[in-house]
Design a protein around this ligand. Structure first.
Ligand SMILES: [Cu+2]
Length: 386
């Protein structure tokens, strides 16, 4: 009951401040993307699949109309009697193969991105007005090593703003694919500024890249850092259980609110206890189920992953904007299948830490972050000391 109350009060508090990503009445487009990867998936649908489908449908429609008009019994009383045409057969086999390849290649890339949890890492060094060489420890496994310019980002942070430096123009790199990457800036980093080296094989487009740039794959890319937390999802007939192993392994069930507990707009989307995650951080998601197969689906993050009893599936997302995102179990799992919605609330780091401490208190654990201003590094020390 205590948890239900805290969930409800949280809901009322946040309902006033946060935007919802909800399906619209009579809407036909995708739910707004909440992550860069979802934007890529949406581009794949809206920018690649839809044009191809539209052209094919119009072409087939035109062929049909042509045959109906030109070759009906009245217009063409004497039909020709040939049985095959090699050129046409080569074309109608070859062209679909090319179309399928155009669809397959970007979709394999997206599947790979969703499947492989990012492992990028960053090191931060201080500039002193003299030093030009900075070392990035390239200690990944062989297949994940930083080998190319787009696997590495060099950012200069002067405390006010961050500037992404350009390979060759601003710095040179020695030792691609080797243990230590040496980044040599063309000009020494100013005293007091931070040099952020971010490396890894998982990259994504920066958010809000325009569609025209996506067509020619010219969006600016960024390295995705390794997860800062794991969210364990467990499907039940008929609700979800979530646990947070990195923060004391507290867990809770998330049940759909009844019609009189929420607004008509949110009925069948809203739950008593939402998943809460921090914005801008990589979240590892593992799914499993307690009884039958469920599926954890969250369209705004382009996630749909089966939750299978006796087995663990893994995926990830990196929410870019704060807000509440809704999803739904997407594997028919029994009579109340359509009554197990998913609600994910993306909040700032301090809000997330305050929420974590609240959840820990419910199971009698000491707060992990205290006043909500603790840095990540301090949290790591606290977790290690526990
Ligand atoms: Cu289900």
């Amino acid at each position: 009951m205590k948890r239900l109350l805290s969930g409800l009060s949280g809901f009322i508090m946040l309902a006033a401040t946060n935007a919802y990503a909800l399906p619209e009445d009579k809407g036909i487009s995708m739910l707004p993307a909440g992550s860069a990867l979802a934007e890529e998936v949406h581009f794949f649908h809206n920018g690649i699949l839809m044009p191809i489908m539209t052209v094919i449908s119009l072409f087939v429609l035109a062929l049909l109309l042509w045959v109906i008009v030109r070759y009906n019994a009245k217009a063409n009383p004497e039909p020709r009697k040939f049985s095959h045409n090699t050129l046409i057969e080569i074309i109608w086999t070859g062209v679909p193969i090319i179309i399928l390849l155009i669809i397959a290649l970007p979709s394999f890339e997206l599947l790979f991105k969703e499947d492989v949890v990012p492992d990028g890492k960053q090191v931060v060094a201080r500039g002193d007005g003299q030093t030009v060489d900075f070392v990035f420890p390239n200690d990944f496994v062989e297949s994940r090593m930083v080998r190319r310019a787009d696997h590495l980002q060099v950012i200069l942070d002067d405390g006010v703003e961050q500037t992404t430096l350009k390979n060759r123009r601003d710095f040179r790199v020695q030792g691609w694919g080797e243990r230590d990457l040496v980044v040599s800036l063309n000009e020494p980093a100013p005293a007091g500024a931070s040099v952020i080296l971010r490396g890894g094989r998982s990259t994504q487009n920066v958010t809000d890249c325009p569609m025209s740039k996506r067509y020619i794959d010219a969006c600016e890319k960024e390295v995705v850092l390794a997860p800062t937390m794991t969210l364990k999802v467990n499907g039940y007939q008929w609700n979800w259980q979530y646990s947070y192993p990195d923060f004391g392994d507290f867990d809770f069930f998330s049940n759909m609110l009844t019609e009189d507990q929420t607004t008509p707009e949110l009925y069948r989307f809203e739950v008593d206890n939402r998943v809460v995650v921090p914005v801008g951080e990589t979240i590892r998601v593992t799914t499993t189920a307690n009884d039958v197969i469920h599926a954890w689906a969250l369209p705004s993050f382009a996630i749909k992953i089966d939750a299978v009893p006796g087995r663990i599936n893994e995926t990830w997302f990196r929410p870019e904007r704060e807000g509440v995102y809704y999803g739904q179990c997407s594997e028919i799992c029994g009579v109340k299948h359509s009554f197990m919605p998913i609600a994910v609330e993306v909040v700032s780091r301090p809000e997330f830490e305050a929420w974590v401490d609240e959840q820990r208190e419910l199971i009698g654990l000491e707060p992990m972050f205290g006043d909500g201003n603790t840095t990540l590094a301090q949290a790591d020390t606290a977790a290690a000391a526990e």
